[in-house]
Design a protein around this ligand. Structure first.
Ligand code: AMP
Ligand code: ZN
Length: 198
């Protein structure tokens, strides 16, 4: 095999490796009919595969924007459209309150807006990190992010230290002042708020 051909094979292998990496999972999920909720010319809405609440959706742009770090002023209309799609979806479940927002530092590729009901009652929500990514200021509300981009033309990334601080925060209930000593205690406590809804 020629040197050039060998290099091409190596490049193809590396591209496949990147495409198959777990952090690229949303890209294939966008094409999975079982996960698809809604689609238009600009965005695809899917069910989160590991929902952290009763309802948990992700709104993703069709345009290849990998993360918040790539957002510019030119994307404001897209961000507003994603917000509108998320709001409409939330309104279609009138018995739940929803949070719409972005993780300050996402783990998965392709920009995605979380549209999540605020019960957080799910077997997939297991760890302190899961809890703190949705209930602290690590979760950036969609409207706040849009106004940040309008003012600054970009999203200022969170520092590693700030991320760590949010992840390590105490397990505080998002509906009252209850502080849980561990996840099982927190998970049984939040059921109190669910019962109040009934
Ligand atoms: P983050 O990147 O931290 O904003 O969150 C990624 C979200 O994607 C999480 O809520 C995961 O449960 C969800 N997730 C992870 N893998 C997949 C997948 N293959 N398909 C759909 N959702 C996924
Ligand atoms: Zn509480």
């Amino acid at each position: 095999m020629s040197k050039k051909r060998r290099q091409e094979d190596e490049d193809t292998k590396n591209e496949k490796k990147i495409a198959n990496h777990w952090s690229m999972g949303l890209l294939s999920s966008m094409k999975e009919p079982e996960l698809l909720v809604k689609e238009d010319d600009k965005v695809v809405t899917i069910k989160d595969k590991y929902p952290k609440a009763q309802y948990h959706f992700l709104v993703l742009p069709k345009e290849n924007i990998s993360s918040l770090a790539k957002i510019t002023k030119d994307d404001i209309e897209l961000l507003k459209h994603m917000d509108k799609v998320g709001q409409e979806l939330a309104e279609s479940h009138p018995n739940s309150n929803f949070k719409l927002g972005y993780h300050a530092e996402a783990s998965m590729s392709r920009l995605h807006l979380h549209v999540i009901s605020d019960d957080f009652n799910s077997t997939c929500l297991k760890t302190r990190k899961h809890w703190n990514t949705f209930t602290t200021d690590f979760f950036v509300p969609s409207v706040k992010l849009i106004s940040e981009v309008e003012k600054q033309g970009k999203v200022i990334p969170m520092t590693k230290e700030e991320v760590k601080e949010f992840m390590d925060m105490p397990l505080k209930c998002h509906k009252c002042s209850f502080l849980a000593k561990n996840m099982p205690t927190l998970k049984s406590h939040i059921l109190v708020h669910l019962k109040k809804l009934l």
